[in-house]
Design a protein around this ligand. Structure first.
Ligand SMILES: [Zn+2]
Length: 249
């Protein structure tokens, strides 16, 4: 069985509030008119099919949330950009408010976390990173006004929002393909499938490349010739009863 990996991005409305100025405002809860909510999502199964899109413009909020809940429920892993801190908790809050149970747990592959840990781009924003990698850029739009116009049910604005959201998922997939051999905590596709394949891409072609050592164990090390990921076997090449010396602490 192949793993189902979902690429996901949501767009949310801003918080709406009465404010008395624009400089160093401390907005009280009683000034809040509406809190931020999901306006739409775009999602795609990795390596297959078109980008799926749903919005509160096309359907009810509940139906949109049920759609994304079902996709998360089916996914073995979900790829996003800052989704661990933003998209997933935002959706969880809305599932909770709608009385929906949690979707089945799945592995989070947050490409912003990968960018921060593994590289030192001058900016970690998706737009910057994808441009730097020559993968294209985010759809241009009118900025904040787009959100205002969508909330006012402007259909032309919604068409741009849809294109913007879908393009983000397409970029996300391209960035994922580049980042793949650098991802430390990927869903392990070898464990998942029970086959001796590359843990990150599922490829069957890899080469023996030296050994990986811990304080007392030695393992065969490999590099995937498909994606370039380094991995090792979990079979210890040192006999457990073989005498070894370790430092005294
Ligand atoms: Zn690989």
């Amino acid at each position: 069985v192949a793993a189902k990996i979902l690429l996901l991005d949501i767009e949310t409305s801003p918080n709406l509030a009465h404010v008395w100025g624009i400089w160093q405002q401390n907005v009280g809860i009683n000034q809040l008119l509406e809190s931020s909510q999901t306006l739409c999502y775009a999602a795609k199964w990795l390596g297959e099919g078109p980008v799926m899109f749903s919005s509160i413009n096309q359907t009810s909020r509940k139906k949109m949330l049920k759609g994304i809940h079902k996709l998360l429920d089916e996914a073995d892993a979900v790829i996003h950009y800052n989704g661990s801190k933003f998209d997933i908790p935002t959706l969880n809050k809305e599932f909770l408010l709608e009385g929906m149970p949690p979707p089945s747990p799945c592995k989070q592959i947050d490409l912003l976390q990968v960018a921060k840990k593994q590289f030192r781009f001058v900016s970690n924003k998706l737009d910057y990173v994808s441009k730097a990698l020559g993968l294209g850029k985010k759809t241009e739009h009118m900025g904040h006004e787009l959100w205002i116009r969508c909330m006012n049910k402007d259909q032309e604005a919604w068409a741009i929002m849809e294109e913007y959201n879908i393009n983000d998922v397409i970029l996300l997939e391209k960035v994922y393909e580049k980042f793949k051999p650098w991802i430390k905590h990927h869903l392990n596709l070898s464990t998942f499938s029970g086959e001796q394949v590359c843990p990150n891409c599922g490829g069957k072609h890899y080469q023996k490349r030296g050994f990986a050592y811990t304080a007392i164990s030695k393992f065969q090390r490999y590099q995937c010739t498909g994606c370039g990921f380094w991995f090792r076997s979990n079979k210890n090449l040192r006999q457990t009863n073989e005498e070894k010396f370790v430092g005294v602490t």
